[in-house]
Design a protein around this ligand. Structure first.
Ligand code: WQD
Length: 326
């Protein structure tokens, strides 16, 4: 099989490429390099620069490389930005996927893995979110991921394409420092940034109905997430026509306060956090039930929060060497 990894030069995509190639799969990356970095890719993995809105270029790549499976990660992923620019998000994430699926079905590709998100659930009011928990996204970003799942599932029903929608929970960590996330839009890098400029980390709300009053999330190591893609790819390859919708999480909730304490311990930067008002749209608790993915794929996460923070910090120090504490 040859797998086309769209968004393969991104933070998560590059980890997926690494895991797939280490598992012996042939991969080709398709990325517009709007936020991806070519240097994240192994030298022997071909990179085709292009947009998922470019049907002609996609058709050329699918035929030219004999692509038999696609892992589609190319997307816009900032919740706040999606509120400001919903049409841009719908164009890139929904129209981009529609164009890709059209070319995928025309080219006779057998398997399609779609990068979805726990954002499809919105504000779940259950302790553990199962795949049957109602999807009520709270942002245009989450809406585009849910609409994407509908497109994928409808295409599977119409064409027999084997598909998987993987709902990622909160991804952190890195396989090696050079693959770390370079953005600062999530809790771990935001706390690194504050601590290393000598500012107290911020807690957005400490009056939630959770054990310590701060929001609870299910953090997953990007290496585990990438391995879940390998397991998914293998499962689709082995069972033509199979369709899966799976939570990819650890099934363990960690609060913002616990994360900040652990980050301080790992980085050696200690500053008591400032409690600010709640951030609009934040659900109190989003923790995956990881039962279905284990039952369907035999996959479960191996790495804990400590490893996520330590590896993310090594990546941060690589980019900002002056912030390392002896
Ligand atoms: C985690 C918690 C913040 C920074 C989003 C998307 C999701 C996925 C991942 C996808 C929240 C709190 C944060 C800070 C804080 N995106 N926080 N102080 O919002 O759970 O999920 O990113 O591709 O779809 O919704 O992640 O890392 O932003 O926040 O208190 O400085 O940390 O309020 O409770 P979130 P996050």
């Amino acid at each position: 099989m040859t797998w086309l990894i769209t968004g393969g030069a991104g933070y998560i995509g590059a980890h997926v490429v690494r895991a797939m190639t280490e598992a012996g799969e042939r991969t080709v990356v398709y990325d517009d390099l709007s936020s991806g970095i070519a240097g994240r890719l192994p030298a022997d993995v071909p990179l085709v620069e292009g947009s998922v809105l470019d049907a002609g270029r996609l058709a050329d790549v699918l035929a030219g490389h004999g692509v038999t499976g696609v892992v589609h990660l190319a997307a816009k992923k900032q919740v706040g930005e999606s509120v400001e620019r919903p049409l841009h998000y719908y164009r890139e994430n929904v129209e981009g996927l529609r164009v890709l699926l059209e070319q995928v079905t025309k080219a006779g590709v057998a398997s399609f893995v779609f990068s979805s998100s726990a954002a499809v659930y919105g504000m779940p009011d259950v302790d553990l979110v199962t795949e049957e928990t109602p999807c009520l996204p709270m942002s245009p970003y989450g809406e585009t991921k849910l609409a994407g799942e509908w497109l994928v599932n409808a295409t599977a029903r119409a064409t027999g394409l084997s598909t998987a929608c993987l709902r990622y929970f909160n991804v952190a960590g890195a396989a090696e420092p050079a693959l770390a996330d370079t953005g600062v839009f999530n809790l771990v890098p935001m706390v690194f940034e504050r601590l290393t400029v000598g500012e107290p980390p911020r807690v957005f709300g400490a009056d939630y109905p959770t054990p310590d009053g701060t929001c609870v999330r299910d953090y997953i190591h990007v290496v585990d997430l990438a391995d879940a893609h390998v397991a998914t790819a293998r499962a689709l390859q082995a069972s033509p026509g199979r369709t899966l919708t799976l939570n990819i999480g650890r099934g363990e909730g960690v609060s913002v306060r616990e994360m900040i304490d652990r980050i301080s311990a790992v980085t050696g930067h200690h500053l008591p956090p400032t409690v600010l008002p709640r951030r609009a749209g934040d659900p109190p608790s989003v923790v995956a039930s990881a039962e279905r993915v284990c039952a369907e794929l035999g996959w479960q996460a191996k790495h804990d929060v400590q490893e996520m923070i330590t590896s993310a910090w090594e990546g941060w120090v690589r980019l900002h060497p002056e912030t390392a504490r002896q």
